[in-house]
Structure formats: C-alpha cells, structure tokens
Ligand binder design. Structure first.
Ligand SMILES: Cc1cc2nc3c(=O)[nH]c(=O)nc-3n(C[C@H](O)[C@H](O)[C@H](O)COP(=O)(O)OP(=O)(O)OC[C@H]3O[C@@H](n4cnc5c(N)ncnc54)[C@H](O)[C@@H]3O)c2cc1C
Length: 338
C-alpha cells in the first residue's frame, strides 16, 4: 500500500502542473497514467505542433511544453506509475483507496482526476483469439527492445511508431512491416531508410496486406496475411508488434459514482471538488458553466484544487497564501539556494 497526500490520475499537462501546485504546498504526490510516458494529448496527439496560447511562451510544441512541465516539477520527486490504469476508487473513512490494473494500491485523502478525455489505449488487432498472445508474443508498445533481439518480428501499421520500430529493430532482428495501404503516414525519411534496407534484403515491406490469422499454440509461430485481391502469404513470426494508433476510452472513471454529464465530471468552481469529498477533477475531464478545454484553464483549476487538498491533508495546519517570488518555504521546497 502506497500512502501519499494526493494521487493524481493522468499525467497530461494539467496532471503535471498540479504536482507543482501541490508540491509548493509541501504535499507528496503519486501519479498514475495509462500511457508509457507523461504529456497526455500534447505528447500523444501533437508532439511537433506549436501551441500559441500558453501565457508567457509565444510558441512551443506539445513535446517542448511537456518537457518544461516535467523539468518544473523535478524538485518535488513525485513518483510516476506509467503503463498503469486506475481501475477502482473506494472510500475508507476519510481516505480513498485506489487500485490499478497492475495490482498496486494507494491510500490518500485526496484524489485529483486529470484524466482528460479518458485513458489512451491501443487499437487492438481484430483477430479472434489474438488476446491470448498479448504481452507474450503480441505487443502494442515496446518497453524493452532487447526482448526482440535475433527474432522474427512482424510489424503492423503505417505511422511513425511502425516505421520507427521497424528501422530500430531491423538492426537486431529480421523485420517484416505490413501495411494495408501503399502510402505510409510516417516520416518520409524513415520510409526511405527502410526502402534502402529492403533493397539490401534486411527488411521486408508488404503493402496492401492485412492480417488474416495467427498460427501457434502458447506462442505465435507464424501469421497469414491477406492482400486486397485475396492473395494469402505465410510469414514465420516470433513476435507481432501492432501500431494501429490509440483510442480514448473513459474507462473505469465512469463507474466511481461521480456526478457525470456525458463524459465529463461536474465540479464546483471554488475548489474543483466533485460530488465526493476529496475527489477533484481538473483539466479536460471537468465540467462547469463556461468551461474551456484549454491547457491554461486546467492550470488554474489545479491551483485552486491544490488549496483544498492541502486543507484535507494537513487539517491541523493553517493554509497561508504565498507568492513563489518571496516565500522562503517555497524556495526550500524548490531546492533553491538561500
Ligand atoms: C490537435 C490538438 C491541438 C491542441 N491545441 C491546443 C492549444 O493550442 N492550446 C490549448 O490550450 N489546448 C490545445 N489542445 C487541447 C489540450 O491538449 C487539452 O486541453 C489538454 O491536453 C488537456 O490536458 P489534461 O491533462 O486535462 O488531459 P490529457 O492531455 O487528455 O491527459 C489525460 C491523461 O490521463 C490519462 N488517463 C485517463 N484515465 C486514466 C486512468 N483511469 N488511469 C490512468 N491514466 C488515465 C490518459 O492516458 C492521459 O495521458 C489541443 C488538443 C489537440 C488534440
């Protein structure tokens, strides 16, 4: 059981900034995100696109904003639990107990939901029985590439993830990349690198093919792919890597008894608390009259929620409003020299 002052669900820009707001008040935080990295929509949907409406930053990309937010919260040493989804939230007296799909349990007086449009999940292969290979010989992301060394890998998809991993893994394994169209969406220079490797016989590229079936018992032995004109081909395969993009699922949040309206959570605008005391919702997932789904609105919501979180986590201490420019205590928490 992990005890903390606040558990944050979602490491998008708003979840990241609330770590700062809680941290300068001296609160410890644990952050859980279903994705393999922090940044939410900014990193997953538009890492290279410029944002023009972050106060004080005329222009920065989704990745640059994420990097800066991560840098800003470093002093607070928050623990990140990535690739993990919060499944269950239950009340135990004045505390909330959270359980993740990986079996971790958290206990805290405060839960801050910064879940955006829900958890990002991979679009899965639509082949009957493919689930049984998941996590063994079928993967939707790569966390440790050494696993794929000296193996036969079939990679599905036409975007950057598929092309980047095909290029990377071709250095250590036999790679076939399979895409249902002739055109790839991924970066042209990665594709041209792959085409050069294909000429050298180091990579195989099959276009206008889709998966038809998987052969194997406990582990995958081979796959059958099918062309648009019904031509079938067998490919010996140890591992399938499938990159068909992500879908957003509200998932378990809908089952926690919160006052929801369609896919958003109603909050009061004094402290962004939901209908459950100690559960807050900020960022894209919260709703109130006049709500704007903007990053800057989420930052403000997090600042206000953090005050109520402090009062709940430290009932015997008085909350004092302080400016970061002049508070010695905040400077200490930021690790600044005196
Ligand atoms: C193409 C595009 C361009 C945009 N441009 C701008 C712009 O210029 N300016 C601007 O202000 N805004 C812009 N936005 C909107 C902005 O990205 C969102 O307002 C912002 O990302 C919301 O942040 P968030 O932290 O609330 O949620 P998100 O960024 O959606 O992050 C939520 C995170 O929570 C995780 N999560 C959800 N449920 C769970 C669960 N149960 N367990 C674990 N993790 C969970 C998700 O995996 C996700 O990582 C743009 C959006 C898009 C798509």
């Amino acid at each position: 059981m992990i005890n903390t002052d606040a558990v944050i669900i979602g490491a998008g820009p708003v979840g990241l900034f609330v770590i700062h707001q809680l941290g300068i008040k001296g609160l410890k935080t644990e952050v859980i995100d279903n994705l393999d990295k922090a940044g939410g929509q900014c990193i997953e949907l538009y890492p290279d696109k410029p944002i023009y409406d972050i106060p004080g930053i005329p222009s920065c990309t989704g990745k640059e904003l994420t990097d800066k937010l991560i840098e800003q919260i470093k002093p607070f040493k928050s623990n990140f639990h990535l690739n993990e989804r919060v499944e269950e939230v239950k009340q135990e007296e004045d505390f909330w107990i959270l359980k993740t799909n990986k079996g971790k349990t958290f206990k805290s007086k405060n839960v801050v939901i910064a879940g955006g449009v829900g958890s990002f999940e991979p679009r899965k292969l639509s082949i009957k029985g493919s689930e049984k290979y998941e996590g063994k010989s079928l993967f939707y992301s790569v966390s440790d590439k050494t696993k794929f060394k000296n193996k036969k890998i079939s990679i599905f998809g036409g975007g950057d993830s598929a092309l980047d991993w095909a290029l990377e893994l071709s250095k250590i394994s036999k790679v076939t990349i399979i895409h249902r169209r002739d055109e790839f969406r991924g970066a042209p220079h990665t594709l041209s690198e792959l085409k050069k490797l294909e000429k050298l016989g180091k990579v195989s590229i099959k276009t206008k093919y889709q998966i038809d079936s998987i052969e194997g018992d406990k582990n995958i032995k081979s796959i059958i792919i099918k062309s648009d004109d019904d031509k079938k081909m067998k490919i010996d395969t140890d591992y399938i890597l499938s990159f068909f993009g992500l879908i957003m699922k509200l998932g378990p949040i809908a089952e926690w008894g919160l006052n929801m309206d369609k896919k958003v959570i109603n909050v009061n605008t004094n402290n962004f608390q939901t209908n459950k005391k100690g559960i807050f919702a900020i960022g894209d997932i919260c709703s109130y009259p006049g709500k704007l789904k903007l990053i800057l609105s989420g930052f403000h919501e997090g600042a206000l929620a953090s005050v109520e979180c402090f009062k709940r986590a430290r009932p015997n201490e008085k909350y004092r409003f302080e400016f970061t420019t002049s508070s010695k205590q905040i400077h200490e928490r930021l690790g600044l020299k005196k």
